[in-house]
Design a binder for this molecule. Structure first.
Ligand code: SAJ
Length: 402
């Protein structure tokens, strides 16, 4: 069995490695970036994922996996490329389309073609059309399916194998064929459905989380006005046997939860009111936090007749990771710094050594020196700090919650 993975990113590369190691599949991993191909062939991981580099070296050494700039004739093809935005949050499937076009000439009877990239509803059917326009003789003779991943960065080795997966073919035979492939290395249950439902399922999972976080963030705004501690409130409400409210924060970041809901709102604007509002609430939360910090700085200056020293604690998009992409904390730090370039602002991110824009300060030193301390991300080390009545503390992520 030979499989061709189009895209060696955060999902494509780990999946290719695990399929090679656990699934007894010979794999060619394809990427348009020559440095990714070169590094991968040299056994060096270009993404951050604990334990994955050792596995890569093993499958490179055994000859099970190699990387290439161009696809090779295989029995199965996997499209695992990004689906970014174009214009005003419109999903851009052009990478999926060009990866598909690249494999069309290689397809033969009996082959499997799977899209894993997060995609708007209907993409798999659209790509099937594209394939059959170019290769009409293959209609009914190849298998086409959609199979999204749902792994948590940092825990990919475990989750790629143990998570359940949803697999939706353009017909039942395609679903079965894709199930057969994934059962080579997935121990979780492989749930069969159709392609459109599988596409919507991925978008639904992340939109559901976004809506739930928006609810918590909305509560935090209400509680701030009402003089109620939102963490106590949520803790108490969650004592109800059927209530489970998530935690407010300084906004929603990352590449999935803050992105995927737009794939629904762009296609179904009239129907997706709640999903769209959740996006607005979560985006607004970061702006609100930045305003709170700026106001606290002004108040301090008026009261003390000097500029405050401000510690901004955390840059990552969520706790205990070093991933700063699409991070609301980073957005808040930039806004605060732009608003007052003279203030003494200490930026803290314990999971990162250096940053090309922000000069980083040790968290304890920043906490000790600051007049105003702003907790943006609930990193574990911050939870060791002691509350200090002499400081103005803005705790947006529940560091000091009971
Ligand atoms: N957040 C809150 N409050 C919470 C939980 C999260 O404000 O109670 C914030 C985080 O700080 C972060 C954002 O939401 O900024 C997203 O964090 P996350 O942990 O919910 O999600 P990701 O982006 O790390 O990974 C998610 C995972 N999905 C879910 O947990 C539903 C993962 O399983 C998916 O595979 C991944 O998205 C993806 O690729 O779609």
């Amino acid at each position: 069995m030979k499989a061709c993975f189009m895209g060696l990113g955060y999902i494509g590369l780990p999946t290719a490695i695990i399929a090679a190691k656990e699934g007894n599949v010979d794999i060619v991993g394809v990427d348009i970036n020559p440095s990714v191909v070169e590094k991968t062939n040299a056994g060096r991981l270009h993404i951050i994922e604990p334990g994955m580099e050792e596995m890569l070296q093993e499958v490179i050494a055994s000859g099970r996996l190699h990387a290439s700039l161009t696809p090779e004739v295989s029995d199965a093809y996997f499209i695992v490329v990004p689906t970014p935005f174009k214009g005003d949050h419109e999903p851009d499937v052009s990478y999926v389309e060009s990866a598909t076009r690249a494999v069309i000439p290689l397809l033969k009877e009996g082959d499997l073609y799977v899209i894993e990239s997060t995609s708007p509803v209907g993409t798999t059917e659209q790509m099937a059309q594209l394939i059959f326009v170019e290769r009409p003789e293959l209609e009914g003779k190849i298998y086409i399916a959609y199979c999204p991943e749902r792994v948590l960065p940092g825990n990919v080795i475990y989750e790629l194998v143990h998570n359940d997966r949803v697999i939706g073919g353009i017909n039942e035979e395609s679903t079965h064929k894709a199930q057969e492939f994934y059962s080579r290395f997935v121990k979780g249950t492989l749930h069969p459905t159709n392609a459109r439902t599988a596409e919507m399922c991925k978008l639904t999972e992340n939109s559901s989380r976004d809506v739930q976080i928006a609810f918590a963030n909305e509560l935090s705004l209400i509680c701030d006005k009402a003089g109620i501690n939102v963490w106590d409130l949520i803790n108490l409400a969650n004592k109800h046997p059927r209530v489970n409210i998530l935690q407010p924060g300084c906004g929603v970041g990352g590449h999935c939860i803050a992105v995927d809901p737009y794939f629904i709102t762009a296609a179904f604007p009239a129907e997706s009111k709640m999903i769209a509002t959740a996006r607005e609430v979560n985006n607004y939360k970061a702006l609100w936090c930045a305003e709170k910090v700026k106001n606290a700085m002004l108040e301090f200056e008026l009261k003390n007749k000097r500029q405050p020293t401000v510690a901004l604690m955390g840059l990552a998009f969520k706790p205990d990771i070093d991933d700063l992409r699409e991070s609301p904390a980073k957005q808040i730090v930039s806004r605060v710094m732009q608003s007052n370039s003279n203030a003494d602002i200490l930026v803290v991110e314990p999971n990162v050594e250096t940053h090309n824009v922000f000069k980083l300060t040790d968290y304890q030193e920043a906490y000790d020196r600051a007049d105003i301390v702003v907790f943006l991300v609930a990193h574990k080390p911050f939870k060791q700090l002691q509350w200090d009545d002499n400081k103005v503390i803005l705790d947006f992520c529940g560091i000091f919650k009971k």
